[in-house]
Design a protein around this ligand. Sequence first.
Ligand code: ADP
Ligand code: TRP
Length: 334
Amino acid sequence: MRTLSGVQSSGKLHIGNYYGAIRQFVAMQDQGEALFFIANYHALNSVRDAAAAKQLTFETAVSYLALGLDPSKAVLFRQSDIAELAELYWVLGTVVPMSNLERAHSYKDKLAKGQSPDFGLFAYPVLMAADILLYGTDVVPVGKDQVQHLEFARDWATKFNLQYVKGYDPQDPTGAKSKQPGILKLPQARLNEATAVVPGINGEKMSKTYKNTIDLFGPEKEVEKAIKSIKTDSTPPEAPKSLEAPLYQLLKVMAPESEWAEIDRTWREGGQGYGHYKGKLLGYYHAAFDAPRKRYAELCADPAGVEAVLKQGAEKARAYAAPVIAAVRAAVGL
Ligand code: ADP
Ligand code: TRP
């Protein structure tokens, strides 16, 4: 089984990125082949300053390593190091229906939030599909917001295979019966239901765009401030509390299993004030992230070491890409 995923280097990582994505990456590096990359091409849609783009790419790489991705187990690389990606992106784009892109949630959401409708934003799902298809990926761990992109990747791979592989049967994509496997393998999304959406401190989905995050590697004071400002209502300490509250949801994500039952019981029965639970949450944050935060600081002091990891990762990733891009080129007549 081959797993691949990526995170855009478009800002500081927050706990939503960890529980919704990176934690699964770390778990999956021990199962079969795993490739994880920094989506720094995608980030250009929002980061338009060279120094910032470089710095955020570096910080995302450091975050991966600090959170437990291990270059001896997984291939860690930078999206922009793989020239073959741009090639597949173009070829794939020739079979992508405009109507698919027009109904992409990510595009519509970002327009609604006032981002300008550039081609890069419009074509974002095509680049993401190329990311996935280039390496013959089987499984893609992602958050809920990315599921539509996975469906697109499957649809477009099918279209490509139908167009270019004689005798390809979409009911039999691996060619078990027809002996005509697709050139592009159909990937599957792997959603972690338990933490599919981590709420932000104001109750909306945690996202750097909404400025409602609890950051992974930000200054301790800011983390504390963010946790203190998690939105609560005026329910008194002795009363039962709402299960919809972002504080409850965050506790559910972060509490160790051994403590969750007790937290859940007192929350439902009443007896403790919100301050008590915020204190608990801060404790869980420290328990989970103090060690990664220390490693993060150490890695930041060793940029050459981080660069070497990415260079090696790129070489390995290109080896996965080579047979796929060769087959694609031959199939379309390049
Ligand atoms: P942001 O919304 O902050 O811009 P990204 O879109 O860059 O975050 O997300 C990177 C990864 O983290 C994706 O796989 C996404 O699904 C996951 N992710 C981001 N925010 C959350 C969240 N609040 N809950 C769960 N997963 C999330
Ligand atoms: N679009 C993803 C996000 O915003 C990042 C991404 C780019 C990605 N290419 C990918 C994720 C390929 C998984 C597979 O989080």
